[in-house]
Design a protein around this ligand. Structure first.
Ligand code: UD1
Length: 315
């Protein structure tokens, strides 16, 4: 049994990780500013304030605060860093805040982990790192080509992990997530993931907008796959310094097909609206998952279609 710090642990992905860690017998300290996280996401778990000794301790605050990050990392065996400003368009609107959270926040946590002697550091990196390279699927050997402040901040975070591995011997793994979706993804913000937006709007009888022609593609990855990859990355013995690994479903779907699938599952085929292309958007995305298989023994457990059905069942 170990204590892990999960940043963003009250959020969508973080709460699933927290739940999985507790299920396997570990304890978790959650650091969250509750800007998009929610205590309801942790409702199935026994929680208490920081210092209470509960299986899941809650520490409230912003990772931009270095002292808080230092406090959060004390006594932990490892960090699963999920807290982030996750939206591409929001980063285009406010690159300074995006960098503060995603880059300075990551640095603060690495420093906290270093001071605490925590040797394992996993980070939610992003497939956005690949940008618009022609080559598909996107593999870890490709040179990053970020198209947005969000993407470049995530790549900067990866570089910080690499440096903490090479300078301080920390075992770091940057997991490049590909369009994660599933139960508990916030659906009350225009800055959330597209599946959550489409589902909420269709349930409310509103008409979703597809940005561009809808022929852009994404590798939509059900959250259980992400949990699986993280648990494996936490325990794997041999990690190269600065290890970067894709976590995807290995299948790509166009936005038009995605929209049709959701509308059909919900029992109708209402026509979407179409709007202009979105600044900073990547055109196509598909994960090569061979490295995840080789290093972590990972293969996707749930397809995007199965995941969609599970997600809709949650509503
Ligand atoms: C998403 C994640 C990002 C993550 C990346 C790779 C969110 C908010 N973003 O970015 O954190 O790093 O995957 O894993 O979770 N779209 C519409 N209509 C809408 C909203 C979106 O057509 O109302 C389109 C977008 O233009 C885009 C696609 O859907 O082409 C996906 O958009 P989005 O869900 O925001 O994800 P990414 O930008 O790919």
């Amino acid at each position: 049994m170990a204590l892990y710090l999960v940043t963003g642990g009250a959020g969508f992905i973080g709460s699933h990780l927290t739940e999985a860690l507790v299920k396997r017998g570990d304890r978790v300290r959650v650091l969250d500013d509750f800007s998009s996280g929610n205590m309801a996401n942790l409702a199935s778990l026994e929680t208490g304030e920081h210092g209470s000794g509960a299986p899941v301790e809650i520490l409230r605050g912003d990772i931009v605060d270095p002292d808080l990050c230092r406090e959060a990392a004390q006594g932990v065996a490892g960090v699963l860093h999920e807290a982030a400003q996750v939206s591409v368009p929001r980063s285009v609107e406010d690159p300074v805040r995006s960098y503060a959270v995603n880059v300075t926040g990551t640095l603060n946590l690495l420093e906290g982990a270093r001071a605490a002697g925590a040797n394992r550091f996993l980070m939610a990196a992003s497939s956005a790192a690949y940008g618009d390279s022609e080559e598909l699927p996107k593999h870890e050997g490709m040179v990053p080509s970020p198209l947005s402040p969000y993407a470049s901040g995530k790549v900067a975070g990866e570089h910080l992990l690499r440096v903490y591995a090479s300078c301080y011997g920390m075992k770091t793994v940057a997991l490049r997530y590909f369009n994660v979706f599933g139960p508990r993804q916030a659906d009350d913000s225009p800055y959330t993931g597209v599946i959550a937006i489409f589902v909420r709007m269709l349930l409310d009888g509103r008409t979703p907008t597809i940005f561009g022609d809808g022929e852009q593609t994404r590798d939509f990855t059900f959250v259980d796959n992400v949990v699986e990859a993280n648990l494996r990355a936490l325990d794997v013995q041999d990690v190269e310094p600065g290890c970067v690994i894709n976590v995807g479903g290995g299948e790509r779907i166009s936005l038009n097909d995605l929209y049709r699938a959701i509308a059909k599952e919900l029992g109708g085929e209402p026509t979407p609206g179409y709007g202009p292309d979105r600044a900073g958007d990547v055109r196509h995305s598909l994960a090569a998952v061979e490295k995840a298989g080789r290093v972590l023994g990972y293969s996707p457990l749930v397809t995007w279609r199965e995941g969609l059905v599970k997600t809709l069942a949650w509503y």
